[in-house]
Ligand binder design. Structure first.
Ligand code: PGA
Length: 254
């Protein structure tokens, strides 16, 4: 993927929208969404809908596609999994890694996210590394430490050049799908922590790594979140499923 202008707006459809619904989404979204040279838009349909998304958006190089998860091996006896090289061949330019639903719903460890981050980068795609604390961790005052641990685990073995295909999404677990958004102040504070950790790992090169916010982003809070210092973009779940609400988020603050 070429250098990506910010803000970056990502739509994570999770386990929603099969191929037919994907076609319907793009049929409504694309004519209404004007290419914006100063923004990057990436949609993450279910892997089974990637071909439909690719066909629908074939004439639009302003819309990029990704997948929500991959295995760290390139091929082999891993029933039900897909690999990073396969995702790339099928048209994905980016992969979500370590989403909280993978960590908390499917038991993915920090070591798993490290292997996946490396595999995605090795396949030539952008790894969107998702980090974030639970409400219990936040109440205990551990939010920054948890996020630092998740970052260090995934980034520890990466070469400094890795920053070129690395995006971070800070997504507090308590804000995902709950309708509760981090306040711009809380988001700003955590983004500062993330940036400091990236600098510790990669030095000044880290300043080129976009840090996105995710968790109950909606059309009516997107502009304020995008205006928050340190927030380079948004990772949108539920509000990316409907063309109209995702359109409004893609235009927020523009
Ligand atoms: P949400 O999901 O916008 O529905 O809270 C965000 C995400 O899980 O990436």
């Amino acid at each position: 993927m070429p250098a990506s202008p910010t803000p970056i707006i990502l739509g994570n459809w999770k386990m929603n929208h099969g191929p037919a619904e994907t076609e319907r989404f793009f049929a409504a979204f694309l004519p209404a969404h004007r290419p914006q040279r100063e923004r990057t838009v990436v949609l993450f349909p279910p892997a089974l809908s990637l071909a439909a998304a690719r066909a629908a958006a074939a004439a639009r190089d302003d819309i990029r596609l990704g997948v929500q998860n991959v295995h760290w091996e390139a091929s082999g006896a891993f029933t039900g999994e897909i690999s990073a090289p396969m995702a790339r061949e099928a048209g994905a330019a980016a992969v979500l890694v370590g989403h909280s639903e993978r960590r908390h719903g499917f038991g993915e460890s920090d070591a798993d996210t490290a292997r996946k981050t490396a595999a995605v980068r090795a396949a030539g795609m952008v790894a969107v590394l998702c980090v974030g604390e639970t409400i219990e961790e936040r109440r205990a005052g551990d939010a920054a430490a948890v996020v630092a641990r998740q970052l260090d685990a995934a980034l520890g073995d990466l070469h400094p050049e890795a920053v070129e295909r690395l995006w971070i999404a800070y997504e507090p677990v308590w804000a995902i799908g709950t309708g509760v958004t981090a306040s711009p102040d809380d988001a700003g504070e955590m983004h500062t922590e993330v940036r400091a950790r990236l600098r510790a790992a990669f030095g000044p090169r880290a300043d080129g790594v976009p840090v996105l916010y995710g968790g109950s982003v909606k059309p009516d809070n997107a502009a304020a979140l995008l205006a928050t210092p340190g927030v380079d973009g948004l990772l949108v779940g539920g509000a990316s499923l409907e063309p109209e609400s995702f359109l409004r988020i893609c235009r927020a603050g523009a």
